[in-house]
Every structure is written in structure tokens, then in C-alpha cells.
Design a protein around this ligand. Structure first.
Ligand code: FE2
Length: 288
């Protein structure tokens, strides 16, 4: 007998300013309370004058102790880092970046052919044992992300499994589910989500029900515990990102782009930055 998940809390995304004057919609952000363990942050960015203003970006900045997951729907993000990696995250692509002990990178959004930029960045925590590990990237092009389609439902599986189809992102400590779920009007969707794992739904289009509870965009919905999520779309359909992951149950100490376990580790990150020992390998990021 399955235990259905329903909506425990509904979060109204707030406009915040990050990077070089980038306005974005933030649903959750790293806090000592760690309410959404292992998830730390979820940003939704779009650059459509005049609401968000002109296109800006995220000039060179460090990360330590986390994973950043960028998923683009429209437009692209040009990415460069201190390990010499460079690339474009385009529509439908995912970059799952495990910072480990440290990277320095820049992320610069650009409009697509239709003039739009639209995407998400999720931060996932790393357990204490992996926070000082080596950086790792999983770059996944749109073509490598399987889409499972049936009865008015289309699911793009980044991580986790839908009807036996596994997403390409693997070996992540939080054992995450991350998928883009699109439902046509009236369509229904049922997905196992492991009991005990934190479950979040970012509803960015349409309306419907989650576990029987009425919901409409834009909202971050925190799910109750259980082992299955059901959704049914309203008359305009609905689209959401489903996230689930195993909590680490460790204390966290967030500070800007770092999330460590203790204040001392944050201080060490700042010392390493000042001393040029933040990145363990590779060259410094060279600006054009
Ligand atoms: Fe970043």
C-alpha cells in the first residue's frame, strides 16, 4: 500500500538580485535551518525586459561544498571555470557541477534565437566527507536526456528513473530525482518517490493538483513524506520540476557561494581564496 505525498507548504518565489545585477526568482536559499536537506537553493531566471532588466550574468565567483545544477529551457549560458572547462549550456541541456573543494567559474546567460532566456539553477548539498573532494562535471546535452511520453505526459529525466528509463546523471551523493514533467490538460502522472527523501515541486506553468491538493504556478511546493507523488493537470496543463533527494542530516554553515559544515571551514575557504590556494588544480580563470 503506497503512501501518497501531498503539499506540506507552498513557497512564493521572491525576486532577488545576484551576480552582476541579475534579477531572479528564488524559492529556497541556504540556511542553517537546512529545512530542505539535501536541497539548498532554487533559482528561476528569465531575462525579459522590462521585468528583469537587461541581460547580466554571473562573473567569476567561487563555489565550495555543493553541487550546482543548471537546466536551461530557452537561451543558453556560457560557462568557463578555473579547471579550463568551457562550454555552452543550451536549451534542454543540463550541467551538474560538483564543486568539491573548489572551483572558480563564470556563468553568462545569452538570449536564444527567440530572444528569450529561461532556466533554473538548483544547489544540492554534499555530505561532509565529500565537501573537500575533487570537482566533477556531468555535462548532459538535450539529446542525452531521455523523454518518457505517454497519455499526455512528457517527462525529461535528468536524474532518477521513470518507468525503467534512467536519467544520465548518476553517482550523486544525494541520490537525487530531478525531472521536468509536462502534463497536457487533464493528464495524470504518478511517480514513486522514496519514503524519507525530501520532495520538492517547482511549478512553473499552469495549474492542477499534487496529491489531491490544488496548486498553480509560480510556486515551490514542499511535499509531505510518502512513497508516491500523483499529479493531475487542470484545463491549461501544468509543467514542473520534480526534485527529491536523501537528506544528509548534518549541520550546515552557508556563506554566499560556500556551504560547509562549520564556521571554521567557511573561514578556511576565505583564507584559501585570499592565499590563492582555493583551487587544488588547474589554472586561474583568465578573463577575455
Ligand atoms: Fe556559480
Amino acid at each position: 500500500m503506497s503512501t501518497p505525498r501531498s503539499v506540506l507548504a507552498s513557497i512564493d518565489p521572491q525576486m532577488v538580485i545576484e551576480g552582476a545585477d541579475v534579477k531572479l526568482r528564488r524559492s529556497i536559499s541556504p540556511r542553517v535551518s537546512n529545512l530542505y536537506d539535501p536541497f539548498l537553493l532554487f533559482d528561476h531566471f528569465a531575462f525579459n525586459d522590462p521585468v528583469e532588466g537587461p541581460i547580466q550574468g554571473f562573473p567569476t565567483h567561487p563555489h565550495r561544498g555543493i553541487e550546482t545544477v543548471t537546466y536551461m529551457l530557452e537561451g543558453n549560458v556560457r560557462h568557463r571555470d578555473s579547471l579550463g572547462n568551457t562550454g555552452i549550456i543550451g536549451p534542454g541541456d543540463v550541467q551538474w557541477m560538483t564543486s568539491g573543494r573548489g572551483i572558480l567559474h563564470e556563468e553568462m546567460p545569452r538570449r536564444g534565437a527567440d530572444g528569450v532566456i529561461y532556466g533554473f539553477q538548483l544547489w544540492v548539498n554534499l555530505p561532509a566527507a565529500l565537501k573537500m573532494g575533487h570537482p566533477r562535471y556531468q555535462e548532459v546535452s538535450a539529446a542525452q536526456i531521455p523523454a518518457v511520453e505517454q497519455d499526455g505526459v512528457k517527462v525529461r529525466v535528468v536524474a532518477g528513473e521513470v518507468r525503467g528509463v534512467r536519467g544520465p546523471v548518476t553517482e550523486i551523493a544525494a541520490d537525487p530525482v530531478y525531472m521536468d514533467v509536462q502534463l497536457q490538460a487533464g493528464a495524470t502522472f504518478a511517480q514513486p518517490v522514496p519514503a524519507g527523501h525530501t520532495g520538492l515541486v517547482y511549478l512553473f506553468e499552469g495549474s492542477g493538483t499534487l496529491g489531491g491538493d490544488a496548486v498553480s504556478a509560480l510556486r515551490m511546493l514542499v511535499l509531505t513524506d510518502g512513497d508516491e507523488l500523483t499529479a493531475q493537470a487542470g484545463p491549461d496543463g501544468m509543467r514542473f520540476m520534480l526534485m527529491a533527494g536523501a537528506p544528509f542530516h548534518e549541520p550546515i554553515m552557508p556563506y554566499g557561494p560556500f556551504v560547509m559544515n562549520t564556521r571554521e571551514e567557511i573561514q578556511q575557504a576565505l583564507v584559501d581564496l585570499r592565499n590563492g590556494t582555493f583551487v587544488d588544480a588547474g589554472s586561474a580563470l583568465v578573463n577575455e
